[in-house]
Design a protein. Sequence first.
Length: 267
Amino acid sequence: MVFLWRNINIPRLNAYLLKDLSDEELESFKKRFEFGTFATFSTLLELVIKKAPEDYMNKPHSYIRTKETEAGRTEPFVLIDEQVILKDAVWYVDQFADEDDVENGEAESTSVLWQVQIKTDALPLTYANFDNGDISIQDNLGYWGVEFPVKEDFEQPEVSANGGLDTGDLRKSEEAWVTAEPGEFEESTDKNLRKMFKPMPDRVGRLKDDVAKQIGVKTQWSTCQKAEPKKLPDGTTKEFPEGSVVLELTYDLDFPWPPYEWPEGSL
């Protein structure tokens, strides 16, 4: 039976509300975030939205970072203030600069707080790029106009927004990894098909149309990788019949995906 591999161990960040939002404003924010995190079909990041502690209100972000660290919450977090209304943007707050950052000419001092103002729908993919090491927070700030070495009170001229790429297009191109068993896919050694990939593989495959429609993916020619046993979230291992393959496809955004459920404890 064909198997669509869903994201597991999805990263989760606290998001503190520094401004009271109406129900409509909060719902609008959540919908924009869901759009950018590919929530229904390939969730990249989750937020736990909370009202900020009273002590955080009207305080510098550096104060909040310090308090979070003192409480043992050393991971990055998100701050939602009036900019979510004015610019559809939030603050992604990481860590203070260290001595290496100062020596490398990236920060004037260790009082510099690494933070980025990011469009709501761009936050999930930007976080994924930070987390995977595809881009650093310093590179991101530089791209959006921040001068180096960064000062403690630096300003960000432009809001970070996935390098200017359209989130709708990114949703359409999100990779869907599928394991298909014999009879569920077709394969070809046609050079005209194989040369679409580099390096050129020995064969290519694609999921049969009726099978693709059942699981919410779009069928297209893909490289064929031998299917290996895969560990499931419950700790068990899923085995596949001889001849099964792994295909790299894309999601069908018109598929009736189940509604996204926000994490327990989130507003």
